[in-house]
Design a protein around this ligand. Structure first.
Ligand code: TRP
Length: 344
């Protein structure tokens, strides 16, 4: 069985954009592959602490898992493994070993490192070392597919390079994850075969040129998952549109309307094509927005009920089971690496 592995970042409150653009596609991916693949979904809590934590880290972890469960992640499935990185010590240990084959030069070229450190002398070493820990996350489980955003592709390339260099120096130990081109094709396959508007970036409601972000100052530019359904609907009604006067999907000329079409598709579980076809010829933006607002209101109300209904024990039980599985697999691979290097 091939392994699909992904890390889910937890950073306090999430937006509707995070849910529709990241959580739901991940859940659909798990649903699609759970009977034929191992699906590892882990919380990279050691990665989280490279920056100040927003709120309580453990509470955030539980809450985000509750969000995934409410979005439909099957916590109890035998092929879905949910674990916290810091509960599997092999990640940190393999990170150190891989540090000795990574070079300062290649690490210094990581785009995310350059952006996050901004050349500051006071930037912490964790920011620099982040991609090596991520390589360990992947290589310990011989994961083939690692669904992530494009901003993470460079880190996947690094994991491939480190695995190859290690194997060359110490003998065959790690399996290489798929190339980024293969990763992209794998994710593309999901969007097409699933016939859902998967992986779409939901835009800021006031300024649809930008991505919806929880850090936005303007409250009505974003919908938080904790907003009341009625206030979410009101924010949709107040969303920026345009003066074209046609409801059609055209991200370039009509980002506001296109964003509302995406939101409508994702909240109703319909395809983008079919919602676009349904509103083709509609010229009254007010009527269209009211439909989107109703869909968002219903969707959020239902989602919040599911969030409230997922008990902590269910999540903790999934972690306990997942961590016992993950420790088994990871310990074995770590031992292979320790032997190869000569530590054992
Ligand atoms: N770096 C990823 C992100 O920012 C999170 C992550 C950490 C991850 N380790 C991983 C993703 C391993 C996939 C595989 O989203």
């Amino acid at each position: 069985m091939e392994t699909i592995l992904t890390g889910i970042r937890v950073n306090g409150e999430l937006t509707l954009g995070n849910l529709l653009g990241a959580l739901l596609p991940m859940v659909r991916l798990a649903e699609k592959y759970k009977s034929t693949h191992r699906v590892n979904v882990f919380v990279p809590d050691l990665h989280t602490i490279i920056a100040d934590v927003d709120g309580d880290l453990q509470a955030n972890t539980l809450k985000s898992l509750r969000y995934y469960a409410a979005a439909g992640l099957d916590l109890a499935h035998e092929n879905i493994h949910i674990y916290r990185q810091s509960y599997v010590p092999a990640h940190s240990e393999l990170c150190w070993i891989l540090d000795t084959v990574a070079t300062m030069g290649e690490m210094g070229r990581m785009t995310q490192f350059k952006e996050k450190s901004e050349g500051r002398d006071s930037a912490n070493v964790g920011i620099f070392n982040y991609p090596v820990l991520m390589a360990a996350d992947i290589l310990l489980y011989s994961a083939k597919y690692v669904p992530v955003g494009e901003d993470q592709f460079q880190h996947i390339e690094l994991a491939r390079n480190l695995a190859e260099r290690f194997n060359h120096k110490y003998g065959p130990t790690f399996e290489l994850p798929a190339t980024t081109a293969e990763q992209a094709a794998f994710m593309q396959g999901l969007a097409v075969e699933g016939k859902k508007a998967a992986g779409i970036r939901i835009r800021d409601l006031q300024n649809p040129e930008k991505k919806m972000s929880k850090s936005s100052q303007a409250e009505n530019s974003k919908i938080m998952l904790s907003d009341t359904p009625a206030s979410a609907a009101a924010k949709i009604m107040g969303a920026t549109t345009d003066s074209v006067g046609k409801v059609q999907f055209d991200m370039f000329n009509q980002p506001g309307i296109s964003n509302l079409l995406s939101i409508l598709a994702l909240t109703t579980g319909d395809t983008l094509e079919s919602v676009s076809a349904r509103y083709a010829g509609e010229t009254n933006y007010g009527d269209f927005k009211r439909k989107v607002a109703e869909a968002v209101e219903l969707f959020l109300a239902d989602f919040q009920v599911k969030v409230a209904q997922t008990p902590d024990q269910e999540i903790l039980a999934a972690f306990t089971r997942g961590e016992s599985y993950a420790n088994e697999i990871a310990k074995t691979k770590l031992l292979d690496a320790q032997r190869a290097v000569g530590l054992r």
